[in-house]
Design a protein around this ligand. Structure first.
Ligand code: FAD
Length: 392
């Protein structure tokens, strides 16, 4: 039985572990968290529409469902050429046939970042945001800033959607509590048109929402630093805020950048269409999938959960074909698209973009319920309780 070592227990790692266990590989998954985190529905933790537990799936439950070996430990070193991985506990794993790197991304570092909280950082920050919002609501008034940053070396690592979703949800929460008029909500981003990669129609819809909900904007100015009471921009202007929620763009994971794996300029693992990693001019026994991998493709490409899942499925297929000495392989690039249900607190917008089309259509009320339903679907299909629907 061939051994596969998978690093990371997110969308990418959990899926490839499931597929390869089913195909009778001896799979070991290493994760520094003991749970799989459903990021897309974590946007409701800060507004207390769901609990933190609701968006976590215990990795032990996933292990029981799929039969892989689980090691809860941090990866500190990858020495691909030596076929060796070292963990925080000092444990060394060097007897694998294939290595799948799926440890996600790290965040760009901005001066004063400690004055912000992020919905896209370590999961626990979602609860800290909830506590901060509770305090502001108890105080009765305030200024809240929501924003995201860019990575000039890799636009696919920029993540703005959850920032918009959280702001719309906070707007609705404040409205429900009857205190919306006492709060100033502002969205900020260094780009002139944040969200532009979703297409013109999406931008026009968001524009209307900003006006209707009296949301302020501060677009097109580079961020200099964060302070306790606001954001300072390149021209030294200041956006005052009692609380700043900021999503830094993704950057290469330091375990990857410190390893002997080939990386892109931004520090993501360089892969080919089949998620294979070339070392010393040869296709190695290493694969990289999900947010940790460098995506190739159109300018609007984005690191997303469904792309991570496609890569996981392909790698499981590609490893099996390789072991059969077949040349058949599956690539991820033909599946690159932007697909998301962007929650607006009381509804949602269905966003789609590929090479041919870019559209967003509104789904009042039902969209919000659909996204909630997807959270339930995600948990239960990952646990193997229901079959997956194609493409979801
Ligand atoms: C708030 C939010 C909302 C989102 N909404 C959507 C959406 O609606 N649709 C969509 O398609 N995508 C969405 N995304 C993007 C999606 O969640 C990511 O693309 C996806 O999580 C990537 O999966 P991954 O497995 O590559 O990385 P991750 O999910 O980040 O998983 C990485 C795993 O590696 C582990 N790890 C990290 N470092 C180490 C280490 N040193 N040692 C051991 N383990 C380690 C982590 O604990 C984690 O288990 C959203 C993201 C966020 C943050």
């Amino acid at each position: 039985m061939k051994k596969v070592l998978i690093l990371g227990g997110g969308f990418a790692g959990v899926d490839v572990a499931g597929y390869l266990s089913k195909a009778n590989y001896n799979v070991t998954l290493v994760s520094d968290r003991d749970y799989f985190y459903i990021y897309p529905t974590s946007i409701w933790v800060p507004t207390r529409e769901v609990t933190f537990k609701d968006v976590c799936v215990d990795l032990k439950e996933l292990q029981a469902a799929h039969g892989f070996n689980l090691v809860v430990d941090g990866v500190t070193t990858i020495e691909a050429k030596e076929n060796r991985v070292t963990l925080s506990s000092g444990k060394i794993i060097d007897d694998y046939d294939y290595l799948v790197v799926a440890i996600g991304a790290q965040k760009m570092k901005h001066p004063g970042i400690e004055n912000t909280l992020s919905i896209c950082a370590v999961p626990e920050q979602s609860m800290q945001i909830a506590e901060t919002l509770d305090k502001l609501i108890a105080k009765g008034s305030g200024k809240i800033a929501f924003g995201f940053g860019g990575n000039p070396k890799d636009t696919s690592a920029v993540r703005g959607g959850p920032g918009f979703e959280l702001m719309f949800n906070v707007h609705n929460l404040l409205k429900k509590k009857g205190v919306r008029k006492n709060f100033e909500l502002t969205f900020f981003a260094p780009m002139a048109q944040p969200g532009a990669r979703m297409g013109d129609q999406a931008l026009a819809m968001m524009d209307k929402m900003f006006s209707r909900q009296e949301l302020k904007r501060r677009f097109g100015k580079k961020i200099k630093r964060f302070e306790e009471d606001g954001v300072i921009f390149e021209d030294d202007s200041k956006l005052e805020s009692d609380f700043t929620m900021f999503i830094p763009a993704g950057a290469g994971h330091e375990v990857v950048t410190n390893s002997d794996l080939p990386t892109s300029e931004a520090g993501f693992v360089s892969i080919n269409d089949f998620c294979e990693v070339t070392i010393d001019d040869e296709i190695s026994n290493v694969y990289a999938i999900g947010d940790t991998a460098a995506l190739e493709g159109p300018d609007w490409r984005a690191k997303q959960g469904h792309v991570a899942e496609v890569m996981a499925k392909n790698v499981a297929f590609n490893i099996q074909e390789r072991d059969k000495n077949s040349n058949e392989r599956k690539g991820y690039q033909e599946h690159l698209n932007i697909l998301c249900v962007m929650d607006t607190g009381d509804g949602a917008g269905f966003v789609f973009r590929d090479d041919k089309r870019a559209f967003m259509f509104p789904m009042p009320i039902v969209g919000h319920l659909m996204k909630k339903g997807w959270g339930w679907y995600c948990r239960n299909t990952k646990l193997g309780k229901f079959p997956r629907l194609p493409g979801m």
